[in-house]
Ligand binder design. Structure first.
Ligand code: AMP
Length: 431
């Protein structure tokens, strides 16, 4: 079905085409007409489903309709409006990266409109001053993390009194990230009469409560996580001794000819060491985690996206929302804490219909690793056959996990035991 049949203007249908979208995705087919009609929307949609364009395209059309009414017919295209523009659309997102990414997408789509639509992304971790400057004269669309938005409101840098639409993107993640209080404070600043769109990959009770408090007679959209147009992710589970994972990773990267690999690890420390060891083995690799400055994170992502960097070794900070087109392989060097995290990690590949490969290392010599992966499989309703790679077969595979105690045969520390218990609890809670 062409975009124009969903009620989009020719300019916005062109904008979608220019981004390379040939057909609308399932969430776009359902959301675009509902948003255009002014309804509230409650959508269950994963990243990778095309949800950004699903709200951005119709909201831009509504902005243009409003602006067009206010602008004299003779008004030159793209001429700046002089009065301070009140924010019309506020998109709240859980991470800085997602703010930048969603801001870029909305901005790129807005380029195709005849009236100038100002889109600003604001997030913490960087100086507030340039963001205050960019908000001078107002903005039509603001994409923000909640904390920084409140800081800007305190500085009187933006005006939310005329807001027409609030979008909560990745609502589950917003609540996970501890933004519940900030969210409530932002919502209290908004006009009571407005359109609300809530997108979430999962619906734990906190998200359901938020949805019922916020949405008025919403149109419900349920896009199955692995829909027909969605990713074909081939999963592999490879048994290996913990100490040989980096060597195996290097081997698989080279044997598979993987040009771009995102590797997930449990801690920032492991991220730094694995990236540094891979560099020592001749690969271009960098860590990516929350301890890096925003500038360093942006730099790593830019290098990764444009192919200057082959391997990024990331903590779960990178698991959500990142949109790296053409990311064929994701590796779980350390297993994720929960099945939900697993879905988000492997969802980094196979985006928008492309096929992808997800490899999980199961440490044959770490007690609980196999059992933990089995729980993840159970939650996913999918069984992934165990494999071994010639030359990297686990030495301790035959020994029962319980006999091994901990990593590399050491006795488990109290911390290890706590970590294992937390991981198991997280898997239990995530289903
Ligand atoms: P999102 O779910 O918004 O994070 O989008 C995931 C990816 O899908 C992005 O790379 C988009 O550029 C891409 N995308 C969005 N809509 C479409 C579409 N209709 N056809 C193909 N790709 C799309």
């Amino acid at each position: 079905m062409p975009f124009a049949l969903l009620g989009l203007s020719p300019a916005l249908a062109d904008a979608a085409r220019a981004r390379g979208y040939v057909q609308p995705t399932a969430v776009q087919v359902a959301a675009i007409p509902a948003v255009l009609a002014g309804h509230d929307v409650l959508a269950s949609a994963q990243t990778g489903s095309g949800k950004t364009a699903a709200f951005a395209l119709p909201l831009l059309q509504r902005i243009e309709a409003r602006t067009g009414r206010e602008t004299p017919a003779s008004h030159a295209p793209h001429a700046p409006r002089s009065a301070r523009t009140p924010v019309q659309v506020l998109v709240l997102v859980p991470t800085r990266e997602l703010a930048a990414q969603v801001g870029d997408t909305v901005q790129a789509l807005a380029q195709h409109l005849t009236s100038k639509v100002k889109v600003i992304a604001v997030f913490g971790g960087v100086s507030i001053n340039p963001q205050m400057m960019s908000l001078r004269g107002g903005a039509d669309v603001v994409v923000a993390t909640p904390g920084r938005l409140l800081d800007l409101v305190e500085h009187n840098a933006l005006q939310l009194g005329s807001l027409a639409t609030l979008v909560l993107d990745e609502a589950d993640r917003l609540l996970d990230a501890g933004f519940a209080d900030e969210l409530a404070r932002v919502i209290a600043l908004l006009p009571a009469k407005r359109q609300n769109l809530l997108f979430s990959a999962t619906f734990p009770s906190a998200v359901q409560a938020l949805a019922s408090a916020l949405l008025v007679a919403p149109v419900r959209i349920d896009v199955p996580p692995v829909a027909t147009e969605a990713p074909l992710i081939e999963q592999h589970a490879v048994e290996v001794d913990a100490s040989r994972r980096t060597q195996l990773l290097r081997h698989m990267i080279q044997a598979g000819g993987w040009a771009r690999v995102l590797v997930f690890v449990a801690t920032q420390y492991t991220g730094n060491t694995v990236a540094s060891k891979l560099r020592g083995l001749g690969l271009s690799a960098r860590p990516f985690h929350g301890d890096l400055s925003q500038g360093a994170r942006t730099h790593v992502l830019d290098d990764f996206k444009c192919g200057r960097l082959q391997v990024v070794v990331a903590t779960d900070v990178a698991a959500r929302g990142l949109d790296i087109t053409d990311l064929p392989v994701v590796v779980n060097y350390d297993l994720p804490r929960s099945a939900v995290d697993h879905t988000h990690r492997i969802g980094r590949t196979g985006r928008a219909g492309a096929s992808g490969l997800a490899v999980s290392f199961i440490c044959a010599d770490v007690a609980g690793s196999e059992a933990h992966f089995r729980l993840i499989e159970k939650r996913q309703g999918q069984r992934v056959p165990r494999e071994r790679i010639a030359g990297f077969e686990p030495a301790a595979a035959a020994m029962p996990a319980a006999a091994l105690g901990g990593v590399k045969g050491k006795r488990k520390s109290k911390k290890d035991k706590l970590r294992e218990a937390a991981a198991a609890a997280a898997v239990d809670a995530s289903g």
